[in-house]
Design a binder for this molecule. Structure first.
Ligand SMILES: Cc1cc2nc3c(=O)[nH]c(=O)nc-3n(C[C@H](O)[C@H](O)[C@H](O)COP(=O)(O)OP(=O)(O)OC[C@H]3O[C@@H](n4cnc5c(N)ncnc54)[C@H](O)[C@@H]3O)c2cc1C
Ligand code: FES
Length: 250
């Protein structure tokens, strides 16, 4: 069942602009895969326009966590949602990150809130992933303690140098010794994803990127989220959000 009701267990700030939402589905729902997302109904449940897409951060036996950044109307309302509130959720939706073959070392590259999309992947890879994680400053580095316990290596950059290496995630990537054993998984702002894709193509590296587009239906019906690829227009909500790194036409 894709539509379900869920009860909010917790909705807490983890930085000035970021919140962690935990909810318990009130019905049996499919187990999500890393990279998939949920459309979350905010405020008046009769208003479908207010459903917004969020990646699965983690899934436990009885609850699902979402990490979100306050952006506009929907997320500003979302941060006010109280424990015990019942919300409408749709999902899990979209495709997922393909699991790497044994010969590959997963190299996860996360920029800003992009960490929300790859965190569950890092967890599923059980200590095998190398993670490059960049943010504007120390205050925007999220879930660090949990992340450290999940990965093989964690390399951090901040634009202002307040934590880790000073510079962008692309600077960090340029300094990292990549080789053809690395399989890239990237999520973050569009400019960063494009730069990672160009880097990968130039070096002949394989990998996947997760894209974010504004979504209306979330289930492939409206074409509102279509992006241009080598194989024609593809819907981020249906054929994505995960795409082969070489397929997107920027
Ligand atoms: C697959 C996917 C996964 C994502 N995962 C995460 C995540 O894990 N964490 C995270 O923080 N963000 C995530 N995002 C981004 C997140 O969905 C947006 O930040 C969020 O939708 C912003 O909503 P907002 O209402 O606060 O912002 P707004 O800017 O107000 O709205 C977002 C967009 O929705 C449209 N919109 C707004 N109001 C209406 C309306 N009334 N009717 C129709 N359209 C409207 C507008 O086009 C607007 O650009 C993800 C996005 C995608 C596609
Ligand atoms: S949001 Fe409607 S087709 Fe993707």
């Amino acid at each position: 069942m894709l539509h379900f009701k869920a009860e909010i267990k917790e909705n807490i700030p983890v930085s000035k602009n970021h919140y962690l939402l935990t909810f318990t589905p009130l019905a049996k729902t499919p187990v999500p895969l890393p990279g998939q997302f949920y459309m979350i109904g905010i405020g008046n449940s009769c208003d479908p326009l207010l459903k917004r897409p969020f990646s699965i951060l983690t899934k436990s036996d009885d609850s699902i966590r979402i990490l979100y950044r306050i952006k506009g109307k929907g997320t500003t309302l979302m941060k006010e949602m109280k424990t015990g509130t019942v919300i409408n959720v749709m999902g899990p939706l979209g495709n997922s990150y393909p699991i790497p073959k044994k010969k590959h070392t997963p190299l996860i590259i996360a920029g800003g809130i992009g960490i929300a999309s790859v965190f569950y992947l890092a967890e599923k890879l059980k200590g095998k992933a190398i993670v490059l994680y960049g943010a504007r400053g120390k205050h925007e580095l999220l879930m660090l303690d949990e992340l450290r316990g999940l990965v093989k290596e964690l390399h951090i950059s901040t634009d202002d140098g307040s934590y880790g290496k000073k510079g962008t995630i692309i600077d960090l990537l340029n300094e990292f010794h990549v080789n053809d054993k690395h399989l890239i998984y990237a999520c973050g702002p569009k400019g960063m994803i494009r730069a990672v894709s160009e880097f990968a193509l130039e070096k002949g590296l394989k990998g996947y990127i997760s894209l974010e587009e504004n979504m209306a239906c979330g289930i492939g019906a409206c074409m509102g989220c279509a992006v241009k690829t080598l194989k024609g227009y593809k819907r981020v909500c249906k054929e994505g959000p995960v795409f082969n790194i070489k397929d997107i036409l920027w």
